[in-house]
Design a protein around this ligand. Structure first.
Ligand SMILES: N[C@@H](CCC(=O)N[C@@H](CS)C(=O)NCC(=O)O)C(=O)O
Length: 200
């Protein structure tokens, strides 16, 4: 049994999705990202960032949602979401780092200035700049998905999960102009494990 700290409506949904895919029994300890508990010493001892999610698996305590996904995919569930060889492993790292460094910053900027910040702090120029940047990211997915069902080929892996989860709102962020990327994203999000994790 693994333990995850966080709530569904946060980045904790990423490892929840992974655990659901792999059939890993888990306990979800509800810790709200806006709540005071994650800034208290007992939680900071697990995750000194004072953020969610955090994974506890035996002696291992791990933060960073995408790293937790990689760890679970490699070490649990018979490796069903993991690489079959060193090349696939390299591609999983490539896509996960791409999700964190190329896709997440503009997606976060878009979300903050359309939904998260109080209306008086939202800046339409920031929304437009994020949308412009996201177009180039969707173009990368569109090219990659030419002639393939998933990012590595015909098999859904943790690379798809990490990228799809980071671009959770792809359709709202202009992704509808990229038919292959849109269809791939819908395929990923329609998976029963994703529906269970997101509560759909
Ligand atoms: N890079 C981290 C980001 C974690 C993060 O920012 N989590 C948010 C919730 S989605 C949080 O806990 N925010 C609380 C805060 O910043 O005080 C990850 O992917 O795990």
């Amino acid at each position: 049994m693994i333990t995850l700290y966080g709530i569904t409506r946060s980045r904790a949904v990423r490892p929840l999705w992974t655990a659901e895919e792999l059939g890993i029994p888990y306990e979800l300890v509800e810790r709200h990202h806006a709540g005071p508990e994650i800034k208290r010493p007992d939680y900071l001892a697990l995750n000194p960032n004072g953020k969610v999610p955090t994974l506890v698996d035996g002696d291992l305590v791990l933060f960073e949602s995408l790293a937790i996904d990689l760890y679970l995919a490699k070490n649990h569930g018979g490796g069903a979401l993991w690489a079959h060889d060193a090349q696939e492993e390299a591609l999983i790292f490539q896509w996960t780092l791409w999700a964190a460094t190329e896709a997440e910053p503009p997606a976060r900027q878009w979300f903050r200035h359309t939904s998260f910040l109080p209306p008086e702090q939202r800046d339409p120029a920031q929304v437009q700049a994020a949308l412009d940047e996201l177009r180039s990211r969707f173009a990368v997915l569109e090219m990659t998905l030419d002639g393939r069902t998933y990012l590595l080929g015909e098999r859904f892996t943790v690379a798809d999960l990490n990228v799809a989860a980071v671009l959770q709102r792809l359709a709202l962020m202009g992704g509808t102009d990229y038919p292959r990327a849109l269809a791939w994203h819908r395929r990923c999000m329609a998976r029963p494990a994703a529906m269970r994790a997101f509560g759909g």
